[in-house]
Design a protein around this ligand. Structure first.
Ligand code: AKB
Length: 314
């Protein structure tokens, strides 16, 4: 029986990862940890705990209380929000990870910790971005993700901590809203379309970014955690890809279902961030080492999002 702590459970990924992990490991074995955002919905169908990732004693308290074996550490301040408060983003993202890794070392815990395409930067090749390439992040979030990859790998090599992770692209989901990311438009746009409102997109119409539907993001985390450790050469920061699209292309795809949907484009500070990220990713290492393969296509994701959200908004 594996006891799992999910830090950042009320965030976009956590809200869907917790129910999935509970299906696998049992309701009472997956503890949904939150900080500022209160848990609701399915998260309340099992244990919940308030944990501050900046307070090592607070995390340690939960580890001892539930006799934890694994941590999924998802708490982070994303790219756009990080630019509004870089000091808080650095502390949350770096000190939070450091605390988790220190406790993993001490209590011999396994850890999943995601990095992001934000770890790349303007001098990284933007198409089919290789696994190993120029790392040149320019946002505080991206800098914390790249530094985090190095720190996590250091803990793996120096202290034999079993820490693993992927570099997520933008994640699209129908359950929790993303918050403070540059790729958030790809979720917001669906709500406007379904409410019959015109959407003003903060990125240019032709801004291509790699994205992924939530079921694949969850599958990547669980599959990587189940992989045989001896087969993993890099442990953290695996590129994982599903599809890439532009705001213009997603608007067009939505219009196949809702023909009157209108979008206008008013790029803001997030354009510069998006322009520094890859357009597509080479995820062949993840495919080779732990069998990664996405299930969802762009077209199927758009159809499913519209169906799910229209039921939710009814
Ligand atoms: C963001 O936009 O900041 C995140 C990410 C790509 O990591 N969704």
């Amino acid at each position: 029986m594996t006891k799992i702590l999910v830090l950042g459970a009320t965030g976009q990924i956590g809200a869907e990862l917790v129910p999935e992990l509970r299906k696998i490991h049992g309701r009472d074995n997956v503890i949904a940890c939150y900080h500022s955002k209160q848990p609701s919905g399915a998260l309340l169908d099992g244990p919940v705990e308030r944990v501050d990732v900046l307070d090592i004693k607070s995390i340690e308290g939960a580890i001892k209380k539930y006799d934890v074996d694994e941590i999924y550490h998802l708490s982070a301040i994303l790219s756009a929000a990080g630019e509004r408060n870089p000091q808080l983003a650095w502390r949350t993202n770096m000190d939070g990870l450091y605390n988790v890794l220190e406790l993993a070392r001490e209590y011999k815990l396994r850890v999943f910790w995601p990095s992001s395409i934000a770890a790349f930067g303007p001098s990284t090749p933007r198409d089919n971005t290789p696994q190993v390439t120029v790392m040149d992040p320019r946002t505080i979030y991206g800098i914390s993700k790249y530094a985090g990859e190095l720190l996590a790998r250091y803990y793996a090599e120096k202290f034999d901590v079993d820490v693993r992770g992927v570099r997520y692209p933008g994640i699209i989901s129908s359950e929790a809203m993303p918050g403070g990311g540059t790729t958030d438009y790809a979720v917001e746009i669906f709500y406007y379309a379904l409410e019959g409102k015109k959407y003003t997109c903060y990125l240019r119409e032709d801004t291509m970014l790699p994205m992924m539907y939530m079921p694949d993001a969850i599958k990547a985390a669980i599959q990587l955690m189940n992989a045989e450790r001896s087969k993993l050469t890099i442990l953290v920061g695996y590129n994982v890809a599903a599809f890439s699209f532009t705001p213009g292309q997603i608007a067009e795809e939505i219009r196949k279902h809702l023909p009157n949907f209108e979008v206008e484009y008013k790029p803001d500070f997030r354009q510069k961030i998006a322009d520094s990220w890859p357009r597509s990713l080479d995820d062949s290492l993840a495919r080779m080492e732990w069998g990664w393969k996405p299930d969802w296509t762009f077209e199927a994701m758009v159809k499913d999002m519209l169906e799910r959200l229209s039921r939710k908004l009814r």
